[in-house]
Design a protein around this ligand. Structure first.
Ligand SMILES: *Cc1c(COP(=O)(O)O)cnc(C)c1O
Length: 374
């Protein structure tokens, strides 16, 4: 083996404006280079408490069980389903994009009887539709995506959806992967039972942890399960002891990722949630205006358009993949194509966390103006 074949790591200075990962501020990257300490070191345990407190702020919750799950956003999704589904449980899943499909896939793997309610990609659900679906059976839980990253739609009226779920005796699981830290997420005020997110989107931390929060009511249900959780790694009845008072070893916490998350959340707290939401909104509006001028109007109506991810409609016949290649090769700008029913029809442009900056919007719009000319 000739190690000289392997060059120094030197990735291009990309501007990440896709569906994730977003760019991480240098403060967050530096935190990852901080020397390791043990995962049961009192200093690390103090740091875990701080992370929990900062996460409660981000989620706007008092939930004691608020922790980062080891793994990317999908691990948060998997933890939420694996812990609250027992074989044979009827569950209802709202599907209006790719991540709703993934929820169905995962729930089925844990033995749930999955019923789904569907809307076309790019649309959102009315509370009445959800209420009607909930009335059909006694569902254990309802799972829905707050911000559909595959379509750019933001599901409104989560508080009313939570109330409907509770009225019918179901828990509400909310996917906040692309909303947390970018648009309002109010776990307690809305009455959400379980919510999960990811570090790599609007929190602007590298991929690797999945913030999760569980209400006291949902925690009760967890403790009265009849069967063991079918996923050892994500079993909250064990993980909660490591994050709780006993600090029992379960798996080694990813130390450097926790350093990074703490720093990213410190930045969220310094900026303040309200300022952060306004910044995301302002830069998204600048992007929407510019795209519309270029003849690429957003697919999703303004009333439920997501500020963290925009899906401009592409003119027929446009070689959209070639333009994305030029954007990356000549401008170092990453955006993503559409997929599923939106393949070739839209792009997916993310303005998440640290990536949501005026200069990034202007760079992208100028680059598109040049590229669309030929
Ligand atoms: C990205 C994303 C996920 C999955 O997160 P990973 O970090 O890719 O595992 C889940 N739900 C939504 C809405 C997402 O955007």
């Amino acid at each position: 083996m000739n190690s000289k074949h392997f060059l120094d790591l030197d990735p291009s200075p990309r501007i990440l404006l896709g569906p994730g990962p977003s760019m991480a501020p240098s403060r967050v990257l530096r935190a990852m280079a901080t020397p390791l300490i043990g995962h049961l070191d009192p200093e690390f345990i103090a740091l875990m408490k701080e992370i929990q407190e900062l996460l409660r702020y981000a989620f706007q919750t008092e939930n004691e069980l608020t922790i980062p799950i080891s793994g990317t956003g999908s691990a948060g999704m998997e933890a939420s389903l694996a812990n609250f589904i027992e074989p044979g449980d009827p569950v209802l899943i709202a599907v209006n994009g790719y991540f709703g499909e993934r929820l169905c896939d995962m729930a089925g793997r844990y033995g749930a009887h999955v019923d789904r309610i569907d809307r076309p990609w790019g649309e959102v659900f009315t509370v009445a539709e959800i209420e009607t679906a909930l009335a059909k059976k006694h569902y254990k839980l309802l799972a829905i995506v707050h911000a559909e990253t595959s379509t750019g739609a933001l599901q409104p009226e989560i508080a009313d959806i939570a109330a409907a779920a509770h009225h019918h005796g179901a828990l509400l699981i909310l996917d906040t992967v692309t909303s947390l830290g970018g648009v309002p997420v109010e776990i307690d005020a809305w009455g959400v039972d379980v919510a999960y997110s990811g570090t790599q989107k609007a929190l602007s931390c590298p991929p690797g942890l999945a913030p999760l929060t569980v209400s006291p009511r949902a925690r009760e249900i967890l403790h009265t399960r009849k069967t063991t959780v079918a996923n050892w790694y994500l079993d909250l009845s064990m993980v909660e002891h490591y994050w709780g008072d006993t600090r029992t070893y379960h798996h080694t916490a990813p130390i450097s990722m926790n350093y990074a998350l703490r720093e990213a959340l410190r930045i969220v707290a310094e900026e303040g949630l309200e300022n952060r939401f306004t910044r995301h909104r302002t830069h998204a509006e600048l992007l929407w205006e510019g795209l519309t001028e270029l003849g690429l109007p957003p697919l999703v109506p303004i009333e439920y358009r997501l500020p963290t991810l925009t899906t401009p409609l592409l003119p027929e016949g446009l070689d959209e993949a070639a333009i994305r290649r030029h954007l990356l090769g000549e401008y170092n700008v990453e955006i993503a194509g559409g997929f599923g029913p939106l393949k070739g029809k839209v792009w997916r442009i993310g303005l998440m966390g640290f990536s949501s900056r005026r200069e990034n919007v202007l760079l992208l719009l100028n680059a598109l103006r040049e590229l669309l000319r030929y």
